[in-house]
Design a protein around this ligand. Structure first.
Ligand code: SIN
Length: 401
């Protein structure tokens, strides 16, 4: 592993470490946990927070904490990578973070022009039945049957500036795939399963293989749709039955601040930017760490690099590719949507090899002893009601600031 050198002046960085350390000490005194305090710091609108401590992996080597990650270059051929829209693994910029073993951040490994396909999958394909989404909670199946088709009129062309009612796509907050996550019981079950999308399985399979986890089986996915004022509360993803398999996260559209904490809420988290195309792998000791998204960061002048990139693929589609050429009309809707939104996809393997669900759901429902009930950050349009729950997790609801 190569150790990178500090790029900012040491004195400035040391000063901000001292401020963070003081902040952490005062939180312990005030009884507020360190993670929550830093979450609130980055969520604050007025005055806006100082972002100088936020690690930006797209800038190469931004911090003394950043280490380049070693990938298994032989695990994925260039053809296999290109088939799912990825650059050759040799060209990926992959990083680890000191103090977070098993955490790998890959700064946008997608081939030029291939992200739009994945964005379209998230907006047009994955919200379709039989997948489950927040709108199903209070709308009839016929109303949520064609979210894309019912939204494209409102999302074609530039915003009119007039107050318009939100399209279904703009009201979408989450979609579940494969084993559908039950937000109330925080469990997956054998009898609530629909086929996991093949192309997303292969994308996840190649990335995890390059990160040293061959044979990953994508079994569940959660898509979170963020508007510019959304956030995601502090939580741990622990509902999967096998934690030895990594958790993958893909980000598209607007950037976000991601906080990665420790195994307890007193551990102050590290803040990092997640830009469009960035991929995160949480494995090993980092698989069960607290994390959250306190803020979406609008792109300067309202345009992300992805919008500039456009939907033309840099090279012709291969025979065996999972990618599809995208129509100008589909891209117009997608690019209008991501002008103000972010989509995150997390992919999980729920069961270990040969493992099956226990007989009754209660047998695999985890409640961590010694933790107090946590209150949810917030809910959107009443679609995921605020509720108390007994676990070490905080909200995984997307709340609005
Ligand atoms: C994210 O949106 O980046 C995080 C999603 C999650 O933790 O489930």
């Amino acid at each position: 592993m190569t150790r990178y050198h500090v790029t900012q002046t040491d004195s400035r960085r040391q000063a901000s470490y001292v401020i963070m350390a003081k902040m952490a000490a005062s939180m312990v005194e005030s009884g507020e946990d360190a993670f929550r305090k830093i979450f609130k710091f980055y969520k604050r609108r007025n005055p806006p927070p100082d972002f100088s401590d936020v690690i930006d992996f797209s800038r190469g080597v931004p911090s003394a904490k950043v280490i380049s990650a070693k990938l298994d270059l032989a695990a994925v051929s260039d053809t296999e990578a290109a088939r799912v829209g990825l650059q050759s693994v040799r060209d990926w910029r992959a990083f680890s973070l000191q103090g977070y073993p098993g955490f790998i951040f890959i700064s946008n490994p997608f081939l030029l022009g291939s992200q739009p396909f994945w964005v379209r999958q998230c907006l047009k394909t994955y919200p379709q039945k039989p997948n489950v989404c927040n709108l199903d909670m209070h709308m009839s199946p016929s109303d949520t049957q064609d979210i894309w088709g019912k939204s494209i009129h409102g999302l074609s062309g530039p915003p009119s500036g007039k107050r318009e009612s939100k399209t279904l796509l703009e009201r979408l907050r989450w979609v579940t795939l494969g084993y559908h996550y039950n937000w109330d019981t925080k469990t997956y079950s054998a009898n609530h399963y629909t086929p996991f999308p093949d192309e997303l399985h292969w994308l996840s399979f190649q990335i995890t293989a390059a990160c040293g986890f061959p044979g990953f089986n994508a079994e569940a996915g959660i898509l979170n749709y963020y508007r510019s004022d959304s956030c995601l509360g502090i939580h741990v993803d622990e509902s999967e039955l096998d934690h030895s398999r990594p958790l993958l996260s893909f980000s598209f559209g607007q950037s976000a601040i991601f906080l990665l904490g420790g195994t307890c809420r007193q551990d102050p988290p590290t803040a990092m930017y997640m830009h469009s195309g960035d991929v995160m792998v949480m494995s090993g000791q980092s698989r069960l760490l607290y994390h959250a998204v306190p803020r979406i960061i609008p792109a300067p002048q309202g345009h992300t690099a992805l919008e500039m990139e456009g939907c033309s693929l840099a090279s012709p589609l291969q025979d065996s590719t999972v990618l599809e050429q995208m129509s100008e009309q589909d891209w117009a809707v997608c690019s209008r949507y991501i002008q103000s939104s972010r989509v995150n996809v997390t992919v999980r393997q729920v069961l270990g090899p040969g493992q099956s669900f226990p007989e009754t759901p209660s047998q695999h429902h985890r409640t961590d002893a010694g933790q107090t009930d946590e209150y949810h950050e917030g809910s959107v349009d009443g679609e995921r009601p605020k509720r108390k729950r007994s676990s070490s997790c905080d909200s995984i609801d997307i709340g609005e600031t």
